[in-house]
Design a protein around this ligand. Structure first.
Ligand code: HEC
Ligand code: HEC
Length: 465
């Protein structure tokens, strides 16, 4: 789920962890601190950025066309958020694909000590999650956005795999030591990834050309983008970043960044900084300066500004972030549980288990957004918060009944338990909305809560430094 909502944090649990000496701040970056109890399993200083309030907007191709997501896409989305799909430490720490590819976009602050060299990058060939994957060097790469991935083969920054299915299989089994996924789950994850769309960008017209409203600087930038390079007339920016083909050419090139890497898309790239495979450049200005240097383009300061203005227009997207975390979480829970509409009549016990465990985890995470009465950082709404927590807990129990019946292969009882769950779930939004003002979905409450948590961690950690 949007980790948005997996803000689960319990001051008492953290206090207990502190008391046990499990947890302290020795972070390479001051802001990093473990927020969930299970994150204490990760190396100190790691940060999954779970407390972020703004979440990237996830747009589905099928929904944009006015339809509904298919069973397969919902199942893939569910699996993408399921820690049980991975193995070893990742599973124990509650990580899933969406920990890094949040809502299908990169999590720019993800930091795993020892495997990241800066927030937003990660070494997929390190020993922590699967000792067998270790290549012995720290070579972290940025977490790519999966928007428009269906247009962006081959996969991996180095483009090492032509097939998305092979890539996903490799991530699960080799990078994160997960059990062999079933063909149905793999198909579903591929369907999900292929349904994650680019955000619409009104600044572009068809064929990747600038829209009529473009500024003069953007137009000059577009002209430079398609202009042959002075020393390599067969090359231009557009020769690799083909505007009519999502700004890619599906090939790998050595552009002086340390090896062969695939041409990345420039669509929605305004939200994908830092740039290049290793995240070495924080903004477009530095990227343009790199190409100017590498291909000896002789660009003037104005040329560089124009190219940046053009990249900015090409990389834009409508409403990149969403704020209403509660609505987004409720929709996600509804979409995830809808998998049971199909899995129960199909008597598909493994999928039922996956759905129950994953939705149950999301509901438990959501509960943490409604602090209980012991939490002194939140004032008021004690009764409303209590009702919200109770309603969420009831739903988790309701799902358990579905799973128990399915495990006993009594699918009629599972269907009945699921109907019961559906009735309770229908009343959930109203109960949560009433408690929302005193929940972590409220910015003021959220900020006060985290400020208190930070103070507490700092006070508790001082003697250790
Ligand atoms: C700890 C962070 C992390 C987790 C967890 C993670 N990924 Fe990734 N993902 C990355 C990084 C980093 C890359 C770039 C890897 C590379 O270039 O080799 C990547 C690349 C990808 C790509 C290639 C995109 C492209 O355009 O080339 C896909 C697809 C993908 N991941 C899917 C998944 C799936 C599915 C899961 C869960 C099974 C997952 N990832 C879990 C960090 C993560
Ligand atoms: C020979 C093919 C080629 C040409 C020519 C080329 N690029 Fe690229 N571009 C790439 C590759 C490959 C990368 C990825 C490099 C890496 O990851 O280390 C890249 C990366 C980028 C990025 C960063 C995107 C991201 O998400 O990291 C931008 C922006 C960009 N190019 C713009 C341009 C501009 C502007 C020009 C012309 C001045 C240009 N490119 C010329 C192949 C090319």
């Amino acid at each position: 789920m949007s980790l948005s909502l997996s803000l689960s944090r319990r001051l008492p649990a953290i206090a207990a962890a502190l008391a046990a000496g499990l947890l302290w701040l020795a972070a390479p970056q001051a802001a990093a601190f473990p927020v969930r109890g299970d994150q204490t399993l990760l190396p100190q200083g790691s940060d999954l950025n779970e407390e972020a309030l703004d979440q990237p907007r996830e747009l589905f191709h099928s929904e944009a066309l006015g339809g509904r997501k298919s069973y397969l896409v919902n199942l893939g989305d569910l699996a993408f958020s399921a820690p049980t799909l991975l193995g070893g430490l990742a599973r124990r720490a509650g990580m899933s694909c969406s920990t890094c590819h949040r809502n299908g976009v990169s999590n720019p602050k993800l930091y795993i000590s020892g495997l990241s060299s800066r927030p937003g990058n990660f070494d997929t060939t390190g020993a922590l999650f699967n000792p067998a994957a270790d290549n012995g060097v720290l070579d972290p790469v940025t977490i790519p956005s999966l928007r428009g991935a269906r247009y962006l083969a081959p996969y991996g920054h180095d483009g090492r795999m032509a097939s998305l299915r092979d890539f996903v299989h490799n991530v699960i089994v080799n990078e994160f030591a997960g059990p062999e996924p079933s063909p149905a789950i793999l198909d579903a994850m591929v369907a999900y990834i292929q349904d994650v769309d680019f955000l619409p960008n009104p600044r572009l017209a068809t064929g990747g050309r600038l829209a009529p409203a473009a500024s003069a600087a953007e137009r000059r930038g577009e002209a430079l983008f398609v202009k042959p390079f002075p020393h390599d007339p067969a090359l231009s920016c557009a020769a690799c970043h083909v505007p009519s083909a999502a700004f890619v050419d599906h090939r790998q090139h050595d552009v002086g960044s340390g090896g062969l890497f695939k041409t990345p898309t420039l669509l929605n790239a305004d939200f994908n900084a830092p740039y290049f495979h290793d995240g070495r450049y924080g903004d477009y200005g530095k990227v343009v300066a790199h190409f100017d240097r590498f291909y000896a383009l002789g660009l003037s300061a104005e040329d560089r500004r124009d190219l940046v203005a053009y990249l900015d227009a090409v990389g834009d997207g409508q409403q990149p972030y969403i704020r209403d975390g509660l609505a987004a979480d409720l929709k996600e829970i509804a979409d995830f549980s809808s998998v049971l509409d199909t899995a129960i009549p199909a008597h598909d016990a493994p999928i039922i288990t996956l759905a129950v465990e994953t939705v149950g985890g999301e509901l438990r995470d959501m509960t943490e957004n409604f602090p209980d009465r012991k939490d002194t950082t939140v004032d008021g709404g004690v009764e409303e918060r209590g009702l919200a927590r109770a309603a969420l807990k009831e739903l988790v129990l309701g799902l358990r009944r579905v799973e128990m019946a399915a495990a006993a292969r009594d699918f009629d009882a599972a269907a009945a338990a699921y109907r019961d769950y559906g009735e309770r779930a229908a009343g959930l939004p109203a109960v949560l909305r009433r408690a929302e003002p005193w929940s972590l979905y409220n910015v003021a409450v959220h900020d006060a809560h985290y400020a208190a948590l930070r103070r507490m961690l700092q006070a508790a950690t001082k003697p250790l430094r």
